[in-house]
Design a protein. Sequence first.
Length: 64
Amino acid sequence: MAKAEGRKVIITDHVYAGSRFQAEPLWKDNYNSWYFSTLRDYSDSVVIEVVGHDHFADLRYHSS
């Protein structure tokens, strides 16, 4: 809807896609695939994605 209206969006998540804890995935693979393909499809509408809560004091990013 935002893309159709020419609007921009900010995505906020609790746990980032593709995250794992002690080798256990916190997102299922089919949801990871859908999420990342959606980000690619709407990349011109997404201003920033802000995600937290992984207990790893680091900075992560994805690009494609």
